[in-house]
Design a protein around this ligand. Structure first.
Ligand SMILES: [Zn+2]
Length: 96
């Protein structure tokens, strides 16, 4: 599943220079769930990140580390709360 960056985040990104660190051998951070890439404080779609970072001009292929973007982290935490809540409800009904 790929979530595309909003127009606002793309516009915000295009007004800023690509961070110098992104052009070096430092790792790019990708969301392990939706594959968005963290660039300049925004999580953007991979195709947009490729265009913005111009990775095709890098002397070496980009290297990645993985994490969770804000949206996916929020969804994961929400699901965990539901899971824990369901387990607690089940335990309460067993205890009665
Ligand atoms: Zn994500």
């Amino acid at each position: 599943m790929v979530v595309h960056a909003s127009r606002r985040s793309i516009a915000h990104l295009s007004m800023r220079r690509v961070p110098k660190a992104a052009r070096t051998s430092e790792l790019l951070r990708a969301c392990a769930w939706c594959e968005r890439i963290a660039v300049g404080g925004c999580w953007i779609a991979p195709d947009v990140a490729i265009q913005q970072l111009r990775t095709y001009e890098w002397s070496e292929p980009p290297r990645f580390t993985h994490g969770a973007c804000d949206t996916c982290l929020e969804n994961l935490l929400r699901r965990r709360e539901l899971s824990i809540g369901g387990a607690l409800a089940t335990n309460e009904s067993v205890a009665r």
